[in-house]
Design a protein around this ligand. Structure first.
Ligand code: ZN
Ligand code: ZN
Length: 380
C-alpha cells in the first residue's frame, strides 16, 4: 500500500469514508438551498446556474457519496464512516434529494451565500485534496491538523457573508471614484483584445494589492490584523481562508478600485474572479507540484510559502499575489531554486487560537502599542 500523507493510505477505506461523509453533508445542505433559495442562495449566481443544472449536480453528489460509502464499507474494518454517510444521505433523500425542483425567486434584501459556499467547497476539495494527497509538500502534515476547524470556519464565514463582503469592498471605489466620468476610459479598455484586457486586470489589481499587503506588514497596528493570516502553521488549501475581516476589506477594496476605475468587460471581470478564487487557494496548498519556468512568471505555492516563512531572516518577501516581477521591481523578491522554507507561521508568542479570539485580538491592543508580545523573539 502506498502511503499518501499522514493517516492516509490508499486502499484502507479512510479516504473514501471521509469523502462519502463530506459529499453527504454538501448534498444535505444543497437540498436546504433548494428549499429556501430566497435566503440561502446568491442572486448573482442564480443568474449563472440553472435549477436544472444544480439538480443534476445534487443527484451526482448523492450518488458519488453512496459510491464512496460502499467503497469504504468494503475496504475498511471501520464501518462507522460508511454508516454515517448513509444516515446523512438517507435524511437528504427523505427531504427530497432526488425530487427537489428549482423555482423562480424574488430578490430579497439579504441572503446568505450557502450556494456559493457549497459550490466553492466542492470545487476546491475536488481540485486540491487529490493534489495534496498525491504530491504533498509536507508529507507528515495531517489533513485534520490542530487548526483545520478554525480555517474551515474562516472559509464558511467569508462565503456565507458574500453579500456583506461584496458591498463593503466595493464601497471605497464607488465613494472615491464614482463621481468621475469614466465612460471614455471604460470604452477604451473594453475595446482591447480579451487577452490584453485580462493581463491588464491582473497587473493593476496585483500592483494595488502588493502595496496594500506591504502596508499591512510595515505598520505594527495593521500587522496585528494581517498576522491572523500568517498565524497558520500548517499551510494547505484551507489555510489561505484565514484572514481577518479588516484585512479582507482593505485588501479586496484595494483590488476592486482599479477594476472599477478601468471598467473591465464582464467576461474579463468574471475570468479574473474565478482565476483568483482558485489561485489564492493554490498558493497556500500543501503541494510541491513543479511549475517549471512558470514559477518565474506567476506566484506558485513555493513562492507564497516563502512569504509565510517563520524565520525572521526571510520576513518582508514576496508580497505579490500573482506576478513575482512586481516583487523584483520593488526589491522584495525571494525564490531560491527549489528550496522551501523550513517552517511557516509566526514568531509572536502565545498567538490566540480560534476564530473569535483572532477576530477580537487586533482590537484589544492600542494602536500606539508597538509591543507585539514577541518577548525575546525577532521583530518583523
Ligand atoms: Zn502577508
Ligand atoms: Zn498567504
Amino acid at each position: 500500500m502506498k502511503p499518501m500523507s499522514e493517516g492516509f493510505v490508499i486502499g484502507e477505506g479512510k479516504i473514501s469514508g471521509y469523502s462519502s461523509i463530506f459529499l453527504a453533508i454538501l448534498a444535505l445542505l444543497g437540498v436546504v438551498c433548494f428549499k429556501y433559495p430566497e435566503w440561502l442562495t446568491t442572486p448573482e449566481f442564480r443568474n449563472i446556474y440553472t435549477g436544472e443544472s444544480m439538480k443534476l449536480l445534487l443527484t451526482g453528489v448523492i450518488i458519488a457519496s453512496f459510491f464512496f460509502a460502499l467503497l469504504s464499507f468494503l475496504l475498511s474494518r471501520q464501518k462507522k464512516w460508511a454508516a454515517t454517510a448513509i444516515v446523512i444521505n438517507t435524511a437528504c433523500i427523505v427531504l427530497g434529494g432526488f425530487s427537489v425542483q428549482g423555482r423562480a425567486v424574488e430578490k430579497t434584501s439579504w441572503h446568505l451565500g450557502l450556494d456559493w459556499l457549497l459550490l466553492d467547497l466542492l470545487l476546491m476539495a475536488v481540485i486540491f485534496v487529490p493534489i495534496e494527497l498525491a504530491f504533498p509538500k509536507n508529507k507528515d502534515q495531517s489533513k485534520f491538523h490542530d487548526e483545520w476547524r478554525t480555517d474551515l470556519v474562516y472559509f464558511v464565514i467569508s462565503h456565507l457573508f458574500i453579500q456583506f463582503f461584496g458591498v463593503i469592498t466595493q464601497k471605497p471605489a464607488t465613494v472615491f471614484f464614482g463621481w468621475m466620468g469614466l465612460g471614455g476610459l471604460h470604452a477604451w479598455v473594453r475595446s482591447m483584445p480579451f487577452a490584453l484586457e485580462l493581463l491588464m486586470a491582473f497587473f493593476v489589481t496585483d500592483f494595488c494589492q502588493y502595496w496594500a499587503h506591504r502596508f499591512f506588514h510595515s505598520h505594527t497596528y495593521l500587522w496585528r490584523f494581517h498576522s491572523v493570516h500568517h498565524s497558520t502553521v500548517n499551510m494547505d488549501w484551507l489555510a489561505g481562508s484565514r484572514t481577518h475581516f479588516v484585512d479582507i476589506f482593505v485588501t479586496r477594496s484595494a483590488a476592486f478600485i482599479p477594476l472599477y476605475v478601468f471598467g473591465f468587460s464582464e467576461i474579463t471581470f468574471n475570468t479574473y474572479v474565478v482565476f483568483m478564487a482558485i489561485h489564492a487557494v493554490l498558493i497556500h496548498a500543501n503541494t510541491r507540484i513543479n511549475f517549471g519556468v512558470l514559477k518565474y512568471i506567476i506566484a506558485t505555492p513555493q513562492y507564497h510559502h516563502w512569504h509565510h516563512c517563520e524565520d525572521p531572516k526571510y520576513y518582508g518577501k514576496n508580497f505579490a499575489t500573482i506576478f513575482p516581477f512586481i516583487d523584483r521591481l520593488f526589491g522584495t523578491y525571494y525564490l531560491p531554486g527549489n528550496e522551501w522554507p523550513e517552517g511557516t507561521g509566526l514568531h509572536e508568542a502565545s498567538y490566540p487560537k480560534g476564530y473569535l479570539k483572532q477576530l477580537v485580538y487586533p482590537f484589544t491592543k492600542s494602536p500606539f502599542d508597538s509591543n507585539l508580545d514577541m518577548k525575546d523573539r525577532a521583530s518583523r
